[in-house]
Design a protein around this ligand. Structure first.
Ligand SMILES: Nc1ncnc2c1ncn2[C@@H]1O[C@H](COP(=O)(O)OP(=O)(O)OP(=O)(O)O)[C@@H](O)[C@H]1O
Length: 417
């Protein structure tokens, strides 16, 4: 196992005069193995963007360790910046530039050959609209441009925050195939997304964060298996027999919930036991269906964010996850950086940041590391970005090698042609 991204015990506290102290990351752990498409999931405000921004040196953590491609970060960022492509939050582009101009500017700033611009435009399906101004693009087309810019350097690690945002269904499917092609070519992709059905299809592994702590991690199938209650839906030939059947199964040791036309049976190791118990009393089963749990259900359970009828859940509201489950609940032991539960739990008390550089210097750090990721808002005029090599808000650093085997192609942008 080669780890591309390792985070251990990451803590980040925001402080403001008006709102006081807010602990965004509370001993967060994450491990991403090489060549994987890794889903980074969590409810709104759980700490995903804070994690990504901290990793990329845009804000300073209050504690913990991070490594990217074997280098401690933020100290080692200059050594690995050229191998990371990232989109964090909604990237902003100069509205009067075309996609072609934007990518050419970035390519020049990062020392990437212009031929790569044509390649990435083709990959994301913007080839035919590349000459048009970004301000005329739809949301999905801007998203495609963002992905293209992150791919320019042909990075080893691609970090995408909500890449499917604004894409039409066809575009989402093409994005999925692009991700798997990139991963097959050896690229590691970290994908933050709220579209869990998509994540379940695309990702090899996931990390789920809630309230600044990891609540689950590992291969998707394992996370699903470990958090799925093995329940069986049972229907009988006659619905009038359901109460008696429920009684029999309960006496056989099962946990049974009776519904209008079926029973839900848990706590039974083998479905055959259900049929045997019922058949012995001449009740005949017309359906026996083990329930398959999906990632969305597991996510809602682990983050305690399932909607409750009649309640308007507020963003920070969820059931506090216990420390035993908070550090890689039910996940395999893979060493200190890995999925192994942290010893001693996590701090339960919100600590005021001792780091005086916390709020004030975050902006300075963002400026220092500009060029690694897309900033939220353009801070330079286009001309200024051109003049100052590598300093533009969407600048890309590093050299580029052509992707072995290339990737999938995203369909032409909305209204193409
Ligand atoms: N600059 C800041 N100052 C103060 N609090 C902040 C700041 N940035 C983020 N936070 C807080 O930190 C917590 C985590 O925010 P973060 O943006 O990391 O969440 P997220 O998981 O990315 O959410 P979303 O899914 O909505 O994008 C939130 O409570 C947020 O309000």
């Amino acid at each position: 196992m080669v780890a591309v991204l390792e985070i251990e015990g990451l803590r980040k506290t925001y402080r403001s005069r008006r709102h006081g102290v807010r602990q965004a990351l509370d001993g967060f752990d994450m491990l991403v193995e090489a060549g994987q498409v890794h889903g980074f999931l969590g409810p709104n405000g759980s700490g995903k963007t804070t994690t990504l921004r901290t990793l990329l040196g845009l804000i300073r953590p209050n504690g913990g360790r991070m490594r990217i491609l074997g280098h401690e970060v933020p100290a080692g960022l200059p050594a690995v910046a050229g191998q990371i492509g990232a989109i964090v939050e909604s990237p902003q582009f100069f509205p009067f530039f075309s996609a072609g101009d934007t990518l050419s500017l970035l390519a020049d700033a990062g020392g990437v050959p212009r031929t790569r611009v044509t390649e990435v435009l083709e990959l994301v399906g913007l080839r035919d609209r590349a000459g048009e101004r970004v301000k005329t693009y739809s949301l999905g087309m801007k998203q495609r441009l963002a992905v293209a810019s992150a791919l320019l350097k042909n990075p080893k690690l691609l970090i995408l925050d909500e890449p499917a945002n604004g894409l039409d269904p066809g575009g989402i499917r093409e994005m999925r195939s692009l991700m798997s092609d990139l991963s097959r070519s050896g690229m590691t992709v970290v994908l933050s997304s709220h579209i869990l059905g998509e994540v379940q299809q695309i990702c090899d592994s996931v990390t789920i964060i809630s309230r600044g702590r990891r609540v689950a991690a590992g291969p998707v199938a394992e996370v699903l298996a470990q958090h799925s209650a093995t329940e069986i839906r049972v229907r009988l030939e006659a619905v009038t027999d359901l109460p008696l059947a429920a009684d029999l199964l309960t006496r056989a040791g099962a946990q049974v919930t009776t519904y209008r036309d079926h029973l839900m049976v848990g706590g039974i190791d083998k479905p055959a036991k259900v049929t045997r118990v019922l058949a012995e009393s001449d009740f005949f089963v017309s359906e026996l269906a083990p329930l398959t749990v999906d990632l969305e259900s597991v996510f809602l359970e682990l983050t305690a964010t399932a909607p409750v009828p009649g309640q308007n859940r507020q963003v920070d509201q969820s059931v506090e996850v216990g420390t035993s489950g908070a550090s890689g609940a039910g996940t395999p032991s893979k060493g200190a950086w890995g999925y192994e539960p942290r010893q001693g739990g996590v701090p339960s008390v919100v600590q005021a940041a001792a780091d005086p550089a916390d709020a004030g210097s975050d902006g300075a750090r963002a400026r220092r590391h500009r060029g690694l990721v897309h900033s939220r808002q353009p801070t330079h005029r286009p001309g200024a970005a051109c003049r100052r090599r590598g300093q533009g808000p969407t600048a890309v650093r590093g050299t580029v090698a052509l992707p072995p085997g290339g990737g999938g192609r995203l369909r032409g942008g909305a209204g193409a042609g």
